[in-house]
Design a protein around this ligand. Structure first.
Ligand code: ATP
Length: 210
């Protein structure tokens, strides 16, 4: 099974790396593919360019052989919806099954995603906790109860369409927090790998911008 971690990664940080590692170990994943989004023009733009965000991901995942930077969405000249990205991955790796790793904050509003029901025909979702968010409010969680499983064994009995919440060591780090720190000239060290800090410094990313 291959893990997928989509996001803006503006910039990548230890919160992302930690969830990828914990899920890769728990599910014995062959790979985790980090897929930076191309943000559509009408949405708030990332401060770093696609190329810069990709370079920071490549630097951050050095040394973990299961982690792969996948720039397919950045290479498109239009917005790529997750459903289309998953279809392309199915074509490229026809014999694989997929585990889309996602934080609770991003998973709860999933019904607003383009063709969200079709996502469940293409992948499993592994939902990881994030400090400040919970899966406890019945009005927010009712919609995915039919897809829920409670163990890895249960998940792997199906090839797609299941939701597995996984307890992890939550790290209270966000890219927003990092960008704000850097704009205030505070040191982002130990929140993201040194290689990423070095790149941010060299390219003067996030400086004087919030
Ligand atoms: P921003 O602060 O700019 O919104 P972010 O830190 O949430 O960024 P994204 O690139 O938007 O990072 O996140 C990609 C995915 O990683 C999402 O599924 C998100 O829920 C998850 N994620 C990010 N940080 C954490 C964290 N500290 N713990 C658990 N999940 C996280």
């Amino acid at each position: 099974m291959i893990g997928l971690l989509g996001g803006t990664f503006d910039p990548i940080h230890f919160g992302h790396l930690r969830i990828a590692l914990e899920v890769a170990d728990a599910l014995d994943l062959e790979q985790v593919r980090f897929i930076p989004n191309r943000v559509p023009p009408h949405r708030r733009q990332p401060l770093a360019s696609g190329a810069e965000r990709l370079m920071m991901i490549q630097a951050a995942i050095q040394g973990e052989s299961r982690f792969v930077a996948d720039d397919r969405e950045l290479r498109q000249d239009k917005t790529s919806y997750t459903v289309h990205t998953l279809q392309a991955l199915h074509q490229e790796f026809p014999h694989q099954s997929w585990a889309f790793i996602i934080g609770v904050d991003a998973f709860l509003p999933l019904q607003s995603w383009f063709e969200w029901q079709n996502l469940f025909k293409l992948t499993h979702f592994i939902v990881v906790g994030r400090p400040g968010y919970a899966l406890t409010n019945p009005s927010e969680t009712a919609w995915f109860q039919p897809y829920l499983v409670d163990s890895v064994a249960d998940l792997t009995r199906h090839s797609v369409g299941k939701v597995l919440p996984i307890g992890i060591q939550g790290l209270d780090i966000s890219a927003t927090q990092l960008r704000n720190m850097i704009a205030r000239e505070q040191n982002p060290r130990y929140l993201t790998p040194d290689s990423v800090c070095a790149m941010i410094k060299a390219q003067q990313l996030y400086k004087n911008k919030v």
